[in-house]
Design a protein around this ligand. Sequence first.
Ligand code: NCD
Ligand code: ZN
Ligand code: ZN
Length: 351
Amino acid sequence: MPNDRLVIRRPDDWHVHLRDGAMLKAVLPFTARQFGRAIVMPNLKPPVATAADAVAYRERILAALPDGVDFTPLMTAYLTDGADADDLAQGFKDGVFAAAKLYPANATTNSAHGVTDIARIAPVLERMAEIGMPLLIHGEVTDQSVDIFDREAVFIDTILAPLMERHKTLRVVLEHVTTADAVQFVRAHAASGRIGATITAHHLLINRSHIFQGGIRPHLYCLPIAKRETHRVALVEAAISGEGPFFLGTDTAPHTVTAKEAACGCAGCFTAANALELYAEAFDEAGALDRLEAFASLNGPRFYNLPVSEERVALERRPSVAPDLILVSEGDAVLPFRSGETLRWSYAGAV
Ligand SMILES: NC(=O)N[C@@H](CC(=O)O)C(=O)O
Ligand SMILES: [Zn+2]
Ligand SMILES: [Zn+2]
C-alpha cells in the first residue's frame, strides 16, 4: 500500500509564532517535534527589533526545548519606523537574523510598533536588497474602510507591486497568502527568483463560511482572514504545484482560550500540534501527496539558501485525534485547530 505511508525529508516551518515565557514552553515542543527549522516571528511584546533582542530570544527558545530534540530557530527582526539598517545588516552577516519582518502598523496581533509608512524604511529596504536579506511581509492594508476580505489584494496592488518595482533586487516572502490574487502575483514574479509565499494548513482546509458554520467559531479566526472557496482552491493548487516560490509556513499562532473566546477575540489558529497531518490531509484530498515534500521540505530551504534536510520523517494514513486543550499555566490553555476531531493521517516521526 504505497500510498498509505509517505516518507519525506524532514520539513521546516517558514512562519511560526513561538511567543515567550510559559506559552513558549507549552507550544515549542509541538513545532520542534515535526520541523527541523522554523522562521520565528518577532511580534513579541516588546518586539524583537535588534540583533541583541534576537540573540536573547533565541537563547530563551533553545532553553525551552525538550532534551534531545534537534531544532533550529531562525530569527527575524521586527521592522519599525526607526529600524537601524546597520544593526540589521550586522545581525544578518553574523547569522543572527535570517530575515526581517514587515508588519504594517496595526495590521495584526502585536503589530502596533509596525511600520506606519513603507516610504520611511526605504533606506533599510535598500540595504536589505544589497545584502540579500529577505523581507517577510504581512500583506494587508490597514485602512479600515477597505473590506477585510479585500485587504490582501489591495495591499498587493497598492503597496507590494510598487515596492518590488522600487527595490528591484529585494527578496520578498509574502506570508500566509490567502487569495488567488496573491498566487497570481507570486507566479508573475517567480522567474525573478526573488519572491516566495508561505501557505498555512488552515487556509488550505477552510474557507470563510467555516468561520460561521452553525455559529461563530472564534478558533477559526486568524489574519489574514480565510476567504471564499475559490481562493482556497487557488491556494491548494499553488501548494501542490511543486513550484519553487510556494512553501510551508503554518503561521501557528497560539492564544489562550480566554483571549480567543471573547467579545473581541484575538486572531490566530494554533496548528502546531498536528501541522503535518493537516497538510497531508489537504494534499491527499487533492491527490498530490507526491508533491508534499517539495512544498514542505525543498522549496523553503532553496529560497533561504539553506541546505535541505538529510533527515527523513514518515506520515501514515491511519486516524489520529487532534489533541485536547494544552495547558499553558493555571487557568490558561490553548485549543489546537480541530481539537478532538479525527484526522486521516498520523505523524510517525523520524525514520
Ligand atoms: N495570523 C494571526 O492571525 N495572528 C498572528 C499574527 C500574524 O501572523 O499576522 C499572531 O501573532 O497571533
Ligand atoms: Zn501575519
Ligand atoms: Zn504569523
